[in-house]
Each structure stands twice: as C-alpha cells, then as structure tokens.
Design a protein around this ligand. Structure first.
Ligand SMILES: *Cc1c(COP(=O)(O)O)cnc(C)c1O
Length: 585
C-alpha cells in the first residue's frame, strides 16, 4: 500500500510550511519531494483550505505537472451553496435552495422550512431527485414520509419521476405535479401563492432559478446578508464560556441589532436559548405574531401598552414604583394572579431601575403582591468592556448581590439573577450568575480581542456601482464641491447613502469600501441615496460590480472607527429600505 499524507510535520509526504490568509485568498507553501510549491486559492475558510490540500495531494499522486496544477487552483471560484431566505411577492417568504437536490440536503432544507412560523402554510416546490441510486418507488415513499414529518402543507412536484410517483403523496392534501419546469410555469398562477413560506428545492438541470426569479421581490441593489449559521456558531462559542447550567437570554431588541426579527428569533428558539428580550412591546408582539413561543422580556413599557403585554404573553421589566403600582392595578382589574415580571435594579448605570435606597420599600410592595410573580431580578453593567472600570464593575456586582438577597428574603421565593451582557460574559466569567444577557456577541462583535477571534462574521452589507466616470484634474465631486481631485481620476457612484445608514461623517476620504479586494476611499460628501468612490487605482471595473460596505474583511469595527462611533450604532442604523437576505450554508 502506498501511503500518502499531508500535515505540518516533516515526516509527511506533503509538508505544509505555511498558510497565509489574505483578504479573500489563501497562500499555501508546501514541500513535496524536496521541492517547494506555492499555491494560491480564492478561499480563506478552514474547510476550503483543507479540501484544496487534499486535491493537491491527489494531483501529485496522479503526477500532474506543477504548472498546470497552479494554474487550475487559481481558476477556482466559490459557488453559491447556500440556502437563502428572501421576501417574496404576495407576502410570501421564499427559501431558495435550488443548487442541489438529494435526500440529505432536502432534509436540512425542510428543517429550515419547518422552523419558519411567520406564515401558516408551508409550501414545497420540489424537483426529481437525480442520481440517488434508488428505485423511484422506494425513493419517493421516503420523500413522502419526510414531507409529512416536516409539516409540509402543499407540494408542487416537478419532473418525470416525481410525476409518475404522485400517488405516493396523497397524504399531503394540497398537491400538484408537472413533468417539466416549463409546464409548472405555464399552469400555476403566481397569485395562488400568497402568505406562505415557500421552499424551492431542485436539481440544477431543472433551472428552478426561473421560478425563484418570479417569486422573489425585486431588491434594491443594496443588501444586508445575514449568515444564520454564524449566529448559531457564535451562540455556541458563548455557551462554551459558561457553566452548563447558566441560562442565556438573547437580546433581539432593535430588530435584532438591525439584522431582523422573527428570522433571527426563530433560529435562536430552535437552538434553545432560554429567553428573548426586546426593548419595546411592539417588537415582542411582532415575534409572537410570527409564532415565537419562548418567554420574552420587554424592557421599556408604559401604561398604554399593558393590554398588548397581556394579550401577547410578554413579560415586562418593572423599573419604578409608578410602573409597579399601575401594572399591579391593571392585573387586579383583569383578575390575573402571578403574572411574570422582571425587576430592574440600578447599581450604577443610572438608566432604568430601582436605586439601592428604594429596595426596602420595594420589598414591602412586592412581598405579598399576589398579582405578580417575580421571574428574575437584574441589573446592567455600565462598563463591562473596559479594564479601567473593573473595580466599578465589581462594585456593581456586589451591590446587586446584596439587593437580591434582601429581596429574596422578603419575597420568600427565589428567582433568576442576571447582570452580564456580552463583555460581561467574555471578560467577567464569575459574574454569569443564573443567566446572562447576550447581545452584540451573537451578531459577531465583542470588544474583547480574545473572544472576537473566536466569533464568525454575521452581517455583510453590499451595494453596487451604478455609474463610472472619468474626471479631470481640478474638478470636484458631489455637494459643496468638497471632493476635489488633484489628477485625472475615475469615480464610481454606488447605491448607498446616509438614508441607508451610511453616515455622512464617512465622507471626504474618512470612509472606505472594498472593491475587488482593494480599499477605495469615499470622495466628496456622502449623499442621501448615493456615495461616490475614488476608484482610480482599480482596473477593469464595470457598472453593476459589487462593493462591500462592511463584512468579513472590512469589519464593522473598522467602519465604526472611521465614523467615530461604535458597531452598535452602525448595525442598528441600517435603514429598513435595505433588503435583508438570510442564508444558511
Ligand atoms: C442591550 C442590553 C444588553 C446586551 O448588551 P450587549 O453589550 O449587546 O451584549 C444586556 N442587557 C440590557 C439591559 C440591555 O439593554
């Protein structure tokens, strides 16, 4: 047997000397039979790098010539292998997974469909499953069982095989079958599809992009793409920082820090966080309407929203005596006992909450109050990210503990206690208590450098070039003629402006965007709907080319430092007209 191995050690057939990660490519230096070889691949993720090295080994075994090998690696490109969710026509949500179709990937896509609760009906458009190596009869009986198990309500089957096996799908009441994609397009009225979640799942040769094209709402060319796998990954990384029994409350306020509402909440629910928290009642109502069943804490309520709090089973934060009195009277009038509430203590943030000197009166008011049930007591750290403030953080923690024990004694029952936010978790593991409130970390940002390295990027904001033009030395660009060029230059106009959340402070060279892997500066003032870039340094541009505003390589931290703000503000400031696309890889 011929053994062929690769690895970092010198006794491997192919020895990896170094892997250098560039902005969007990797350079791999290797030693094979005493010869140095360098390959460059247009990927940076670990899996792709490993795959490439495996392929390289095979090429060595097949004795392919080195030049040919290098050339071929360079011409690799990444293919869209992801499952995307977009807004569709007629209030539908469209899940597009028309890149492949086999039993295994169908199972994954159906799980994703099944998690979606924003519409009552779940619809599947499915092509023949090719090359399964199974008899059609056996194959489609398995498919049929799978659809039943994953709660598919309506099926469109497309292809000769599924057409011939349609009897097997009688358990799904609403079904119809077509021999070709063409036939489906001719016979199904798009207006028949409304207010449902539609999974489009087909083998390449069925060209289901023709269907998804019709069903997806046309997007304005500036898009925020949200990688749902990365959210799950980041959640797991924080779980690993915690004791196994510590609960997690996921903060999904402000449209999940700008990234979405039920789309994010349903992923978190599926991945078993313990609680969700929103800022205002409306945000909680939206989650309930989309079928989210996790307990939801609402941090900022007032008398006018008591009704929806009760109707939608939301759990309010009580932060003042006025609110406690009013909410108690409301519960009394509604004849409700033991309504779950969360009490906020102000230990130094001086935002909402009961102060230390109010705790005795608070104890008096809530012990024996049959109308409420205290689910948790919490406080918020003012500077958990800052080492210089660690003494203050410890002070807040000990004050919180003493308030809790007072209240616990007087109340006679116990409740969850929590104080740590994202940097609380990553910088102060001893403050995790019964639960932590994980916010920005879920979305891939942590001020702690060590933790930041463990996280994956979640959001990528991209836009496109609408026009490219040449201007001469001495001419100016934009309002106020602020962008003056010293030499002949090329300017690209991109489809994003301050109305989309691209701050005006990024004008005149402060901000940069990533174009063909190079940073290019903003020239002149940022306009409401557009921004101009000086692209003189880049060749072969064309209108329609994609530009990255932030993402993996050009990070939110870089952008927020240019704009002299914090990632939180940039994330939550991406305006509603920027379409969100959710995907799983
Ligand atoms: C927003 C918020 C959090 C989460 O903070 P991050 O820094 O994003 O983790 C936690 N607790 C309260 C009360 C909040 O308002």
């Amino acid at each position: 047997m011929q053994l062929f191995s690769w690895g970092k050690k010198s006794d491997q057939t192919v020895q990896i000397k170094e892997i250098i990660t560039n902005i969007s490519s990797s350079t791999i230096d290797i030693l094979h039979k005493g010869e140095k070889v360098t390959i460059e691949i247009p990927f940076i993720d670990e899996a792709s790098v490993q795959n490439a090295i495996h392929c390289l080994c095979v090429l060595f075994i097949l004795k392919k010539n080195n030049e040919e090998i290098l050339h071929r690696f360079q011409s690799l490109y990444s293919i869209a292998m992801r499952l995307e969710m977009k807004e569709g026509i007629n209030h539908c949500s469209i899940i597009n997974d028309s890149y492949s179709n086999d039993l295994y990937s169908l199972g994954i896509a159906l799980d994703f469909l099944n998690q979606q609760k924003q519409h009552k009906r779940r619809t599947l458009i499915l092509s023949d499953i090719l090359q399964s190596g199974m008899e059609p009869k056996k194959l489609y009986s398995q498919v049929s069982a799978l659809l039943l198990q994953k709660n598919v309500d309506r099926l469109f089957g497309i292809g000769p095989d599924i057409f011939s096996q349609q009897k097997q799908f009688s358990s799904i009441k609403n079904n119809s079958f077509f021999k070709t994609t063409e036939e489906f397009l001719r016979n199904v009225f798009l207006s028949d599809l409304s207010d449902e979640t539609i999974l489009i799942k087909g083998a390449r040769s069925f060209e289901f992009e023709r269907i998804s094209h019709l069903l997806e709402q046309k997007v304005h060319q500036t898009v925020l793409s949200i990688n749902l796998n990365s959210i799950v990954y980041n959640l797991k990384k924080y779980k690993e920082q915690l004791e196994p029994q510590t609960k997690i409350m996921a903060m999904v306020k402000a449209f999940s820090y700008g990234s979405g509402s039920y789309e994010i909440a349903s992923v978190l629910e599926f991945n078993k966080v313990d609680y969700l928290a929103v800022a205002y009642p409306d945000e909680g109502v939206e989650l309930r309407k989309a079928g989210i069943t996790l307990p939801i804490m609402v941090m900022n309520i007032d008398n006018s929203t008591f009704d929806s709090i009760l109707n939608y089973n939301l759990e309010p934060e009580i932060f003042s005596f006025a609110l406690l009195n009013d909410f108690t009277s409301f519960l009394k009038k509604s004849e409700i006992d033991d309504y779950p509430v969360h009490i906020k203590i102000d230990t130094g943030m001086h935002r909402l909450g009961f102060m230390e000197n109010e705790i005795d009166l608070l104890c008096k008011k809530i012990s024996g109050n049959q109308f409420i049930k205290v689910k948790s007591i919490f406080s918020h750290l003012a500077a958990s990210e800052d080492p210089k403030q660690d003494d203050f953080t410890s002070y807040q923690f000990s004050l919180f503990k003493s308030c809790c024990s007072k209240i616990e004694k007087s109340l006679g029952y116990s409740f969850l206690k929590h104080i740590a936010n994202t940097s609380g978790i990553s910088r102060h593991p001893r403050l995790q208590m019964d639960m932590v409130r994980l916010g920005i970390g879920l979305y891939g940002i942590d001020g702690n450098v060590h933790m930041q390295k463990l996280l994956k990027n979640v959001s990528t904001l991209t836009t496109t070039i609408s026009q490219i033009k040449k201007i001469s030395a001495g001419e100016t660009v934009g309002y106020g003629r602020m962008g003056k060029v010293e030499k002949d230059s090329t300017v690209a106009v991109v489809r994003i402006g301050y109305a989309d959340g691209y701050s005006r402070t990024l004008g005149n060279g402060k901000g940069k965007m990533l174009l063909k892997n190079k940073l290019v500066p903003v020239i002149g003032n940022v306009c409401m709907d557009m921004t101009m870039l000086d692209v003189s340094a880049i060749k072969n541009l064309k209108e329609g080319d994609e530009v990255i505003v932030f993402g993996e390589a050009l990070t939110l931290q870089m952008l927020s430092s240019w704009a002299q703000t914090i990632p939180y503000e940039i994330m939550t400031g991406i305006s509603a007209r920027v379409k969100r696309i959710y995907y799983e890889e």
